[in-house]
Design a protein around this ligand. Sequence first.
Ligand SMILES: [Zn+2]
Length: 157
Amino acid sequence: PNRTLPPLPGLKLAPHRELEQAQQRGRLKCSSCGGSWMFFCYTCCSLVGVSQQEIPSVKLPIKIDIIKHPSEVDGKSTAIHAKILAPDDVTIYTYPCIPEYEDDTDKVVLVFPGPGSVSVEEMTWRLQNLADMKSAASPDEEPSPKRPRAEETPEAT
Ligand SMILES: [Zn+2]
């Protein structure tokens, strides 16, 4: 790999004047839970002392469900940052509350470290091979490998 490449080539930084002003105002009460926070409430995932218009909103190419350990300290979690920046695509659950994925197992990827884990690169390679094997094994199926089904995303509840 070329080490001179920037790590985030497409990164665009939004102005952060709003955050500096919020920092000067200090901690404020969350309108939902009453907790005292700066920038956002870790419990409600809502902005505190910062307006939604001033915060960039990101549309992700995938849906992300974050399953938190019940003992994970909210203030240490970076899941909230993802939820605040991509509110339409990120949902946070606390174990044992986990969404049902049984009908979508071919579209769901579990990101978790473990002895059987593979790299994202290897996963992509494996999924492509699996798709190739499937289309070769059942030529009766729809000829187009890119079906519009990929547009469908399970509704998070
Ligand atoms: Zn709150």
